[in-house]
Design a protein around this ligand. Structure first.
Ligand code: 5GP
Ligand code: ZN
Length: 112
């Protein structure tokens, strides 16, 4: 399996779990863009939300819920941002759905 996030989930690439349950696994981004930068990844390999099917809609909501749960445990009471990049124009570089949880500093808008 060449997918880097599948390898992180199966343990062949080491990582430190920040949160995990039967549906998802969360770990620190290797190149953090904010003081808190965590990736929430479904255990199931789905390339992007553009590839998600109707059966996946509860899983997609679960990822956002997990991000909010992690934000609470990280004390991000001032707010935070969740981001899903999709496809080439969306800036996606790893083709396995992931929610970025970014926090610990004010975020600007619009995004680049
Ligand atoms: P994307 O650009 O697809 O939205 O986000 C992919 C993210 O995965 C990037 O922020 C990148 O830093 C992170 N990333 C890529 N490879 C690894 C890795 O091997 N370990 C970890 N922890 N993060 C990774
Ligand atoms: Zn994968």
């Amino acid at each position: 399996m060449s997918c880097v996030f599948c390898q992180i989930i199966d343990g062949s690439i080491p990582s430190k779990a920040i949160y995990q349950d039967e549906h998802c696994y969360a770990f620190a981004d290797i190149k953090p863009q904010a003081p808190v930068h965590i990736l929430v990844v479904p255990r199931q390999h789905i390339a992007s939300i553009a590839h998600a099917e109707k059966d996946h809609k509860h899983l997609l909501g679960h990822l956002q819920w997990a991000a909010a749960e992690i934000a609470r445990t990280k004390g991000l009471s001032q707010g935070y941002r969740t981001v899903i990049n999709t496809g080439e124009d969306g800036g996606q570089t790893v083709d396995h759905i992931h929610v970025h949880l970014l926090g610990g500093r004010p975020m600007s808008w619009p995004p680049g």
